[in-house]
Design a protein around this ligand. Structure first.
Ligand SMILES: [Zn+2]
Length: 325
């Protein structure tokens, strides 16, 4: 359903997906009907995202003050942002509670990570079509969040939590973020997947092996429906997960093959992997962040080495099979 530009759709009884389109990447917030109702994730911290979310709540017949709680699948800004303004007591992975108490620190770290990733892109002039002003604009858009989000409680593997009309089981699902959780309703085979599973997109963010192990585990749930933090619902999850695992494994080998031909930086690797790359810098850097996780895994296996020369960061094939794990 699209009403005055607000996109809300009922995914399953009592579960409404709200799409917040701005800024990139569009985020999903899930509204769980009940007394009181609850949210899972809360979108970006920007004005526009928040305004659309509030309009969406009103279009569903609720005021934000009626929300009972918010569960955060992981502490990335595109999932926490609305919660900073709503100030509704929330739940998060038990190791991220302190992060909610001081968003400045966690937000600063997230921006530092983005700057660190940019070093791998801008050390390679000429290998991409972005300028340093694109980076400046991007970093400027990632303003530091301040304040806190009140915490109602922390969640860990196997916990049960009543949200809306359903009881959800907490699954720890590292790989996109080390402290990522998913919520599973076994009675109906539905998973609120956060960024652990997104349709057709490999979302490794902190560890490739953990990401694949999480995908395998989630596939074994035999869910009928997965509701991701970005993009469309996944109605044949096992099939999609098999596609993602295959894609991740092949991508790793392809990256190794590219580097075995000649030393390469991240932009060259990206050009070698993808026929088309995004013209939007945020999207480009997001893909670079994924590629860096593959490179990290290959380095840990001693299959490649990282070389820094005059600010240029290159990855070199390491042909010695004895050193491979
Ligand atoms: Zn996200």
């Amino acid at each position: 359903m699209v009403n005055n530009g607000i996109r809300c759709s009922e995914m399953a009884p009592g579960i409404v997906r709200i799409v917040l389109s701005h800024p990139y990447p569009p985020s999903n917030v899930y509204f769980l009907r009940g007394n009181p109702p609850a949210l899972v994730d809360s979108g970006h911290p920007g004005d526009q995202s928040f305004r659309v979310m509030i309009q969406a709540l009103h279009s569903l017949g609720y005021a934000p003050e009626e929300l009972g709680t918010i569960v955060y699948t992981h502490p990335h800004r595109d999932h926490l942002g609305g919660g900073v303004r709503l100030q509704v007591p929330g739940w998060i992975h038990h190791r991220e509670v302190e992060g909610l108490a001081d968003l400045y620190e966690s937000s600063r770290r997230e921006i530092d990570l983005r700057l660190e990733r940019a070093r791998y892109i801008f050390g390679h002039n000429g290998d991409h079509f972005f300028s340093s002003s694109d980076l400046d604009r991007f970093i400027h858009s990632q303003f530091v969040m301040r304040g806190c989000i009140p915490v109602e409680g922390s969640l860990r593997e196997g916990d049960g939590i009543q949200l809306g009309e359903r009881t959800w089981t907490v699954l720890e699902a590292p790989g996109h973020h080390v402290h990522h959780i998913c919520l599973y309703d076994p009675s109906d085979g539905i998973l609120l997947a956060g960024d652990a599973v997104i349709r057709n997109v490999v979302t490794v963010g902190n560890d490739l092996h953990q990401y694949i192990a999480t995908l395998k585990r989630l596939a074994q749930l035999n869910c009928r429906l997965m509701l991701p933090g970005h993009g469309a619902p996944i109605d044949r999850p096992s099939k999609m997960i098999a596609v993602l695992i295959d894609l991740a494994c092949r991508r790793k080998e392809l990256i190794l093959e590219l580097i075995s031909r000649e030393p390469m930086g991240v932009p060259q690797i990206m050009s070698g992997l993808f026929a088309r790359l995004p013209k939007h810098y945020a999207a480009y850097q997001s893909i670079a962040g994924q590629i860096l996780q593959f490179l990290k895994a290959l380095k840990a296996e001693d299959r490649i080495e990282e070389c820094i020369e005059n600010g240029r960061i290159t990855f070199i094939y390491s042909p010695n099979p004895d050193s491979r794990k």
